[in-house]
Design a protein around this ligand. Sequence first.
Ligand code: HDQ
Ligand code: MN
Ligand code: MN
Ligand code: MN
Length: 305
Amino acid sequence: RSVGIIGAPFSGGQPKDGVQLGPDLIRAAGLVNRLKEQGCDVKDYGNLAFESVSSDEPVGLAKRPRAVGRANQQLADAVRRIKHDGHTCVMLGGDHSLAIGSIHGHAASGSEVSVVWVDAHADINTPLTTTTGNIHGQPMSYVIHELHNKIPVIPNFSWIKPCIAAKDIVYIGLRDVDPGEHYILKYLGIKTFSMSELDRLGIAKVMEQTCDHIFTKVKKPIHLSYDIDALDPSVAPATGTPVVGGLTYREGVYITEHICQTDLLSAVDIVEVNPKRGRTEDEVQSTVNAAVDLVLGCFGRVREG
Ligand SMILES: N[C@@]1(C(=O)O)CN(C[C@@H]2CCCCN2)C[C@@H]1CCC[B-](O)(O)O
Ligand SMILES: [Mn+2]
Ligand SMILES: [Mn+2]
Ligand SMILES: [Mn+2]
């Protein structure tokens, strides 16, 4: 497996300082060497440099739109290049608004992609349904074909072309979904596995049904967008919007092992690690180590050694 890593030290999709430190923390925990030790070729493309945007007044309820739009345009270009260079792309966040650029750059590199979104949240608010205005709760609304006519004009967002079909999306880990998001998920008939379904079915069945769903017709490359807050806060506390009742470490890793076995993983995001949200050094390390192990699981690490 050939892996291309891009760091996106960006926090503008949400208000809490610290999430921009994620990429370098994950690298410092040894991600590159661990990937090499398990037989991957790894090219680290470094971190994107995001210049600060002076005045960035909200548009409706979308906060920091210019900074978010610009950062994602840079990221989309980088991801497109990494895919063109033939790697599976690993995007280290930064907040989840970065999925806009990551998915856009991935889809620009060739065929349509399927999206497996692992998260406590659906991140599918439009600028008109959002309750907070934070764009890390909205990324999916900008990239889904069926929502295109529901998105107002936003500065620095005009480059974004919807590129994902609702039928090619699966959510895993949902447990904190806004009313507007719930309506959108139902209205578009998007496949979801909330924590209730996870408890009912068990992780193995959820992954079977996830693959059945995205492979119904033609097999598309998989974009795995993994929000660290999908994991239970007892495992990954250092994150901006923790929600109780999350995935165990084992369930979280099982998802990556199963996706790896499809041999269709084409890009993965690991986002929302925020060291400033850890109350102790141990909480930060637990969160960072979980992020590393999730990426290793994507690239062939198996627990039986
Ligand atoms: N839907 C949200 C949004 O801000 O749009 C509202 N929610 C926080 C809110 C707290 C009170 C109870 C209801 N939930 C966070 C979520 C975005 C998470 C972004 B992610 O990247 O962490 O997933
Ligand atoms: Mn989340
Ligand atoms: Mn998220
Ligand atoms: Mn978050």
